[in-house]
Design a protein around this ligand. Structure first.
Ligand SMILES: Cc1ncc(C[n+]2csc(CCOP(=O)(O)OP(=O)(O)O)c2C)c(N)n1
Ligand code: SF4
Length: 284
């Protein structure tokens, strides 16, 4: 769905991005504006939560509500927002270090709990803000500031991990394909449950992967079935290609639905008692 420039302006704040010219994160920001426009969301309905890193600056550049949290702590904040007001649209943003290293534990449980939010993983294969050290998605033998002779560790594949951990929507895109990315982000926002969008977002300053990914990226086949988990894992972890599009999609009750159900059961059990009485009688 096309979104005109005027609609996109609605989500653009007065703060100009301070990313390096050519950074992949610009494409993600544009695609997010397009996705919000496609869904006709009011900026005040949307909360963008980020961690720390170049990617963590994201909320400042939008007119939506924003929370620039601590390194690796995007998920607890996003979950708190959702728990307090499930009607808000929450878009969480994290770098590969933020999501899979320091925030790995939180990422794991967000997938498992099926929290109803869209998670944009801006993957540049290293820690950029701290000047190019290795991260969990650093490619095998990739030289970085902290691995000058090449990284000997095996890399983590985020989509495979998310599928195995219980995420109910998993997609991958390339930041250089803003229109396609916008469509996937819009689908992730609309999905009821935890939706990961793994975005190949090159860091032109410390590890420029534009040409590398242009050769590796391939659209999923037309007859691809995203409900087939085994197939999704095979495509997500293909060492030869970076398949882009919706890799996996399923449905199960969300975190918010569980909370609502538990609250209802507690109220029924408590009958006419006040919350204080329920706590005093250990009935909650
Ligand atoms: C608790 C804590 N540890 C370390 C840091 C230092 N630090 C700031 S950004 C960053 C890495 C960010 O890398 P990534 O999440 O991949 O995001 P990018 O900058 O690449 O977008 C680190 C280690 C910090 N701010 N807080
Ligand atoms: S250092 Fe890399 S990730 Fe950070 S703004 Fe510059 S190009 Fe983007």
């Amino acid at each position: 769905m096309a979104v005109d420039a005027q609609t996109r302006e609605r989500y653009k704040s007065e703060v100009k991005p301070i990313w390096c010219p050519g950074c992949g994160d610009f494409g993600v920001l544009t695609a997010t504006f397009m996705a919000l426009g496609m869904l006709k969301l009011d900026p005040e309905q949307v909360v963008i939560v980020s961690g720390i890193g170049c990617s963590g600056r994201f909320p400042a550049f939008t007119t939506c509500y924003g929370f620039h949290s601590l390194h690796g702590r995007t998920m607890p904040v996003a979950l708190g927002v959702k728990a307090a007001n499930p009607d808000l649209t929450v878009v969480a943003v994290g770098g590969d270090g933020d999501t899979l290293a320091i925030g790995g534990n939180h990422f794991m449980h967000a997938c498992r709990r099926n929290i109803n939010l869209a998670y944009l993983l801006l993957d540049n294969n290293l820690y950029a803000l701290t000047k190019g050290q290795a991260s969990p998605t650093t490619l095998p033998m990739q030289a970085t500031d902290s691995t000058p002779y090449g990284s000997y560790e095996s890399d983590v594949e985020p989509c495979t991990l998310a599928i195995v951990l219980g995420a109910t929507f998993v997609a991958r895109e390339f930041s250089a394909r803003a229109k396609k990315l916008a469509e996937v982000i819009a689908q992730a926002i609309e999905h009821p449950g935890f939706a990961l969008v793994h975005i190949l977002s090159p860091c032109v300053t410390f590890f420029d992967t534009y040409d590398f990914y242009k050769q590796k990226v391939a659209d999923l086949p037309a007859d691809y079935d995203p409900t087939d988990m085994q197939q999704a894992i095979r495509y997500a972890s293909d060492p030869e290609r970076k398949w882009v599009g919706v890799l996996y999609r399923t449905q199960r009750p969300t975190f918010e639905e569980h909370i609502r159900e538990i609250r209802q059961k507690a109220m029924e059990r408590a009958g006419h008692l006040t919350l204080r009485q329920m706590v005093e009688q250990r009935r909650v």
